[in-house]
Each structure stands twice: as structure tokens, then as C-alpha cells.
Design a binder for this molecule. Structure first.
Ligand SMILES: C[S@@+](CC[C@H](N)C(=O)[O-])C[C@H]1O[C@@H](n2cnc3c(N)ncnc32)[C@H](O)[C@@H]1O
Length: 210
């Protein structure tokens, strides 16, 4: 990559402004040891949620609510975000962030549990958007579930899809990188999906269910 390209990328990542609500949610994330999405990814989530006019969204990996606030800011006023996390302390912090963001409690459904147990209980073809940001070893499973959950025209978004620039390096063979490389190729090759890899953050894989 040219030095100019690298500078442009950093500029684009840092351009989105964040308010006190998101800054406090980031602080809580760091206190809890959670890695939240970056500013660039947050801005993309808000844009995609708004552009898709999603009414029903699912998030896997709530954390302390940074991504949830970004999604809620793009979703319409009647839309509902179902967000799943295995850690109750994370969910508590996220609920605080959603409240501070002015989101009525009935717009978010926070579910405590392992996504692998919760997702199969959600209804087929009932969701407009699924954001995957949980435990990486299970991403292939979550992507399979997401395709089942999405309506036709629904949007799949997978965070960290370039795994800190390791996916593009064929010599990088650690377990997480191998999984994320497979996810990128499986989504690309899935005839039910039209996909694109955005180099935002640590890579944002986006796909529309045809
Ligand atoms: C990277 S953090 C999510 C950050 C959040 N999306 C944000 O940007 O604010 C990953 C989250 O996944 C949760 N997690 C880990 N394993 C999980 C599982 N099996 N099921 C559901 N959530 C899980 C962790 O507790 C953590 O909160």
C-alpha cells in the first residue's frame, strides 16, 4: 500500500465524530475488557442500518453497546434490535448506553446466553439485518444462522473479517485467521448472497441475501 493510501485509510477511520454517549460506552468497554468496534465501523453500521430501512435487526456480541448504539441510530423509530451476549455485565453496560442514547427500552431486546444456543430459537426469514461480532471460532456457525434468519433483501455484516490484516497473508495460519479466511470465501461463494469486503476497521464483510 502506498503511504498516501495508508494515510487516507487512517483519515477515513478517524473522520466520524463521536458524541459523549459513544465515548462513555467506549470507556465502559475498556473497563470491562471488551474491544468495541472502531469509529469507522460505527459510522458504516449507522449508514447501512439506515439505508436498509431495517425494522428487525440481530446483533451477536453486544459488548458494552458501542455497536448497538450505532445500529440504533440508523434504524427507524419503530425498529427493534435483538442483541445477544453471553456476559451479563456486558449486557448491563449496553443497556446503560442504549438508555443514554435515548432509545426506549422496547426498541432493544437484550438476550443473555451463548449465541449458538439462542440463534436457533429465532424465527426463519424474520430479520432485515444481522451483525456478527461475537466469539470468532463460531463465526461460520453464526453466518449460517444469519442467512437462515435474514429475509430476502436482508443484510449480513461480519466484523473483524480481515483479522487485523492477517487474513490476506497466506502464511498466517493461526486458528482465528483460518476461520475468518474461510468465512470470507464461503460468503463470496454463496449463491444466495451478493457480498463485498470493506477494508473499514479490521475488515467488514457485508452481504445482501438475494
Ligand atoms: C468484540 S465484543 C463485542 C463488541 C460490541 N459489538 C461493540 O462494538 O460494542 C464480543 C462480545 O461477544 C461476547 N461473546 C463471546 N462469546 C459469546 C457467545 N458464545 N455468545 C454470545 N456472545 C459471546 C463477549 O462477551 C463480548 O461482549
Amino acid at each position: 500500500m502506498s503511504a498516501d493510501k495508508s494515510t487516507s485509510w487512517s483519515y477515513a477511520e478517524d473522520l466520524p465524530a463521536e458524541d459523549e454517549v459513544l465515548l462513555r460506552a467506549r470507556e465502559r468497554s475498556f473497563e470491562l475488557g471488551v474491544t468495541p468496534i472502531g469509529r469507522g465501523v460505527g459510522a458504516v453500521l449507522t449508514v447501512l442500518a439506515a439505508a436498509s430501512k431495517a425494522q428487525t435487526a440481530v446483533e451477536i456480541g453486544t459488548g458494552a453497546g458501542v455497536s448497538g448504539v450505532c445500529l440504533l441510530r440508523g434504524l427507524g423509530p419503530q425498529a427493534v434490535l435483538t442483541t445477544i451476549d453471553v456476559d451479563v455485565e456486558h449486557l448491563k453496560a449496553a443497556r446503560e448506553a442504549f438508555h443514554e442514547a435515548g432509545s426506549p427500552a422496547n426498541r432493544t431486546r437484550t438476550i443473555s446466553g451463548r449465541a449458538g444456543d439462542v440463534l436457533p430459537r429465532l424465527t426463519d426469514a424474520a430479520y432485515d439485518l444481522v451483525f456478527v461480532d461475537g466469539d470468532k471460532p463460531n463465526f461460520p456457525r453464526y453466518v449460517d444462522q444469519a442467512v437462515r434468519l435474514l429475509k430476502s433483501g436482508g443484510l449480513l455484516i461480519v466484523n473483524d473479517a480481515l483479522d487485523k490484516d492477517r487474513v490476506s497473508n497466506p502464511a498466517a495460519r493461526d486458528a482465528t485467521t483460518v476461520v475468518l479466511r474461510q468465512v470470507g470465501k464461503a460468503v463470496r461463494d454463496d449463491d444466495r448472497l451478493a457480498s463485498a469486503m470493506l477494508p473499514t476497521g479490521d475488515g467488514l464483510l457485508v452481504a445482501v441475501k438475494k
